[in-house]
Design a protein around this ligand. Structure first.
Ligand code: SR1
Ligand code: MG
Length: 402
């Protein structure tokens, strides 16, 4: 096997690949084993380890279609984007992404650190674990990767070059369809609505013209506002975590878009974890999540403002009042995206386990309605947010309705 023509690998073939291509990682005596451990919607994740030395590595391979459904034909170029962005993010936010070692444009593989000593954050939150450093880490990651890739910081021509390099049409199309369009219309009949909430969804989503109008406005902002290099899919399944370390993975949806898309995704997915803890009677964990929601927003705002003063050199961006205008527009986009993600993961094609694993039917109906009601308010009132407490208040108000 020369690996000079693309094919989707099996575990055995991934071992052969490592023997042939990864001799800068594993030596000749290595006894390699492999397990495919991916549970995401798109790719294949091979964990390869040497039984002799204990050394291990991840080989992530993109297939030509999405794992979740072959309706999604995707350019394997997403693997290049992921490799280049992880390298770039590693410079902007040291220690907060896995180290990448190699990108293979023929086999569409990226080779990176094995983070098996970490856990996928969604899984850990569903085990009611707390991570006191998370708000520090994620706010640092977002401020560094988002502000430092804008044209209030970067030289304008350099930023435009980056926009060109990270154009990502197919993955963006997935978000345009699955996040902004289908959840509010079911126009492709791909929505997957929990049966007891079907009528509720029809009345409160599909038949709410004002809501749909706002989602259209946000969709065109998402497509046309090349603000900064966003991760593009920053949910708790894209985060590896342990007590003292947070690593952001999977930036294959990255492109130059509105930075509130990332912040909003984090908050929405904390809301799902919150709903799960609530449904399972885990009051202490629920309270920790409430404080975390507040902290993520507030720490982001404080750090963003400090970093702005340190890094922004653009002439007009330094006009009095511009920073405040800029931050309020990020908060508006953030709130809108909390609402979009908060709805699309409940009624759209790609669900989250925080909600789908709630076994008791009435509890799941309630959890979904709380999230969707809060989400509608986030969308409709998105211009009114200025602090983390205000984000939490929307969720708490929705909780009190059900
Ligand atoms: C077809 S991919 C479905 C979803 O999985 C990814 O993680 C993105 O969130 C996408 O919307
Ligand atoms: Mg992913």
């Amino acid at each position: 096997m020369k690996f000079d023509t693309y094919f989707t690998m099996s575990e055995e073939q991934a071992v052969a690949y490592a023997k042939s291509k990864l001799n800068f990682i594993f030596n000749q005596e290595a006894e390699l084993e492999c397990k495919e451990i991916g549970d995401g919607n798109l790719n294949y994740i091979f964990k390869i380890w040497d039984k002799v030395s204990g050394k291990s590595i991840i080989v992530k391979q993109s297939g030509p279609v999405a794992r979740i459904s072959d309706e999604f034909t995707l350019s394997p170029d997403r693997n290049r984007i992921e490799f280049e962005i992880l390298k770039y993010e590693g410079e902007l936010a040291p220690g907060l992404v896995p180290q990448v070692y190699m990108y293979d444009p023929i086999m569409n593989c990226t080779v990176m650190d094995d983070l098996s000593d970490h856990q996928i954050m969604r899984t850990a939150l569903m085990q009611f674990k707390k991570f006191p450093l998370f708000s520090e880490h994620i706010s640092e990651f977002m401020v560094n990767t988002l502000l430092l890739t804008t044209d209030v910081v970067l030289e304008h021509k350099q930023k435009k070059e980056l926009v060109k390099n990270f154009i990502n049409p197919e993955l963006c199309e997935i978000s345009e369809d699955l996040v902004f369009t289908e959840p509010f219309s079911n126009n492709k009949s791909r929505n997957d609505v929990f049966a007891p909430n079907k009528e509720w969804v029809e009345e409160h989503l599909y038949h709410d013209h004002q809501l749909r109008l706002e989602t259209a406005i946000m969709k065109f902002e998402f497509m046309n506002h090349a603000q900064s290099l966003i991760h593009g899919d920053l949910h708790t399944g894209s985060i590896f975590i342990k007590e003292d370390s947070t690593k952001i993975i999977d930036p294959e949806f990255a492109f130059f878009g509105p930075m509130g898309y990332d912040v909003g995704n984090v908050i929405a997915n904390l809301m799902f974890a919150w709903a799960n803890s609530d449904a399972n009677g885990q009051l202490d964990h629920k309270l920790w999540l409430e404080e975390t929601i507040v902290d993520v927003v507030d720490k982001f705002l404080v750090k963003f403002s400090i970093a702005w003063d340190q890094h922004v050199s653009e002439y007009t961006a330094k006009y009095e009042g511009f920073k405040e205008y800029y931050i309020s527009s990020i908060l508006r986009d953030t709130a809108g995206v909390v609402g979009l993600e908060g709805i699309r993961r409940i009624v759209g094609l790609a669900h989250v386990k925080d909600i789908t694993t709630i076994r008791d039917e009435a509890a799941r109906v309630r959890a979904e309605r709380i999230c969707m009601t809060a989400s509608k308010r986030f969308i409709m009132n998105r211009s009114s947010f200025s602090s983390g407490r205000e984000f939490l208040a929307v969720i708490k108000e929705a909780e009190n309705l059900f």
